[in-house]
Design a protein around this ligand. Structure first.
Ligand SMILES: Cc1cn([C@H]2C[C@H](O)[C@@H](COP(=O)(O)OP(=O)(O)O[C@H]3O[C@@H](C)C(=O)[C@@H](O)[C@H]3O)O2)c(=O)[nH]c1=O
Length: 181
């Protein structure tokens, strides 16, 4: 397992050690002991999975206090561009984002601490996306930022006409109007 820093303090990429043999492969997708020693002392309490087709963009989502969530995200099938936007009001990188390509090939995971808005876009025909959260879903405390706010300047890598968003995700506020953490 290797920890790779991103341009934003706290948001890190995790590269698992993959054991390949004639049967296929094996890797530890999560070890509480390793994670607590090498990344952060976290108690994950919920696992989620979503399936999406090419062009689907989910984001940029977060939960408000007291239900802020840290997330450990990965792709089981396909490929995404994964983005975390720093919403921490006291952070020197407030409003900046980290981008990571996650795929079934590179098997990378992305750890997004509390204080970030998160989203991804699907670059392959289909994606199965899995993630762990350290706080339960709190529907009354959902918050979000527009994926295409020019102030954030995120390059989603696929043409705007290919994007597929939920009705909810089309209506989020810009970063300037969003609630900071
Ligand atoms: C996130 C979530 C949704 N739901 C329900 C609510 C809704 O009816 C249905 C679909 O929810 P959404 O449209 O919000 O799903 P989605 O757009 O996939 O939301 C997710 O996006 C990514 C980018 C994240 O970072 C996640 O934290 C989460 O916000 O699932 C739960 O029951 N539990 C959950 O934890």
């Amino acid at each position: 397992m290797k920890v790779i820093k991103t341009e934003i303090e706290g948001a890190v990429i995790i590269e698992p050690r993959v054991f390949g043999d004639e049967r296929g492969y094996f890797f530890e997708s999560y070890s509480a002991r390793w994670f607590n020693e090498n990344v952060s002392e976290i108690n994950f309490v919920q696992d989620n999975e979503s399936k999406s087709k090419y062009g689907v963009l989910r984001g940029l989502h977060y939960q408000l206090p007291p239900y802020t969530q840290a997330k450990l995200v990965r792709v089981v099938k396909g490929k995404v561009l994964d983005v975390a936007v720093d919403m921490r009001k006291d952070s020197p990188t407030l409003g900046k984002h980290a981008v990571v390509e996650l795929s079934e090939e590179n098997k990378r995971m992305f750890f997004i601490p509390k204080g970030f808005a998160h989203g991804f876009v699907v670059l392959s025909d289909e994606v199965i996306f899995q993630y762990k959260c350290d706080e339960f879903y709190a529907p009354g405390h959902e918050a979000a930022v527009r994926f295409d706010d020019p102030e954030l300047g995120i390059d989603w890598k696929i043409p705007a006409e290919d994007l597929i968003l939920s009705e909810k995700d089309k209506k989020h506020p810009n970063f300037r109007e969003a609630i900071l953490l």
